[in-house]
Design a protein around this ligand. Structure first.
Ligand code: KIV
Ligand code: NA
Length: 277
């Protein structure tokens, strides 16, 4: 397969072929995405929760993101690789945002960055794309603002909120974003926004009218034991399989059924006799 470029993503949107995006936080997961034919691997800052055990994405540091993004890059050859800009890395100033995005490209080996926000981040998106760093925008439910908004809530359910999201989508496109995530917004609104911009929209909890879909790996594959959002479908039960496997391993060790003969090594012919004599 050929490397998925931004041009390819635009083509997929133009052909009305849904774009497949999945998060990845490490090398084996990236390899699975590669073999599974995923179009875009996202090193999401959901990494903080599903992989590192934090209770918010806001505690993730840039260094932690770089460490994981580098690992994903080693296994992700064909999919486009985008990494989230962690909370606080694009809020201080535009200069600081550019410096941090450059680190995500150079040290994190990502090909583009994703950042959360509407009108408020338009100048940052313009500056980054102006510096040649492709940006995926992210509007609707913004997990980095869960504390400020008192929880994880569906966005754009009223006309005013819907209008703000539409205006933000248009402004982010105009600022140069090559795609945008639409998270937890009504299906009708997501479809309307998708028809109102030319760049691909990537939905999560935004219905089938988007140009593509994204899910968190651990949600999609059943490796997450916490809250399951309404928009998640389990496509596999890796967590159950892992727990069953761990139990079987522990039982086999305790029952002395493992290791068996086929798992053990022998000395070269005659060497044991020499050794004990
Ligand atoms: O961090 C993440 O995993 C994300 C996706 C859910 C869009 O931002
Ligand atoms: Na994220």
């Amino acid at each position: 397969r050929k490397k998925v470029t931004l041009q390819r993503l635009a083509e997929l949107r133009a052909q009305n072929t849904p774009i497949t995006v999945l998060t990845a936080y490490d090398y084996p997961t990236a390899q699975r995405c590669e073999r599974g034919g995923i179009d875009v691997c996202l090193v999401g800052d959901s990494l903080a929760q599903v992989c590192l055990g934090h209770n918010s994405t806001t505690t993730l540091t840039l260094d932690e993101m770089l460490h994981h993004s580098r690992a994903v890059s080693r296994g992700c050859k064909t999919p486009h690789l985008v990494a989230d800009m962690p909370f606080g890395t694009y809020h201080v100033s535009i200069r600081d945002a550019i410096r941090n995005a450059v680190r995500i490209i150079q040290d994190g080996r990502a090909e583009s960055v994703k950042l959360e926000g509407g009108m408020d981040v338009v100048p940052v998106v313009r500056a980054l794309t102006g510096a040649g760093i492709p940006v995926m925008a992210h509007i609707g439910l913004l997990p980095q603002r869960a504390a400020a908004l008192s929880g994880y809530r569906v966005q754009g359910r009223d006309a005013v909120g819907a209008f703000e999201l539409l205006q933000a989508a248009k402004a982010l496109e105009e600022a140069g974003a090559y795609a945008m995530v639409l998270e937890a917004i009504p299906e009708k609104l997501a479809k309307f926004i998708t028809e109102s911009v030319k760049v691909p929209t990537i939905g999560i909890g935004a219905g089938p009218g988007c140009s593509g879909q994204v899910l968190v790996w651990d949600d999609a594959l059943g490796n997450w034991t916490g809250h399951k959002a309404k928009f998640v479908r389990r496509f596999a039960e890796l967590g159950e399989a892992a727990e069953a496997g761990i139990q079987a391993y522990a039982e086999a060790v305790r029952g002395r059924q493992f290791p068996a003969t086929e798992h053990t090594y022998e000395m070269h012919d005659g060497e044991w006799e020499k050794f004990v004599s």
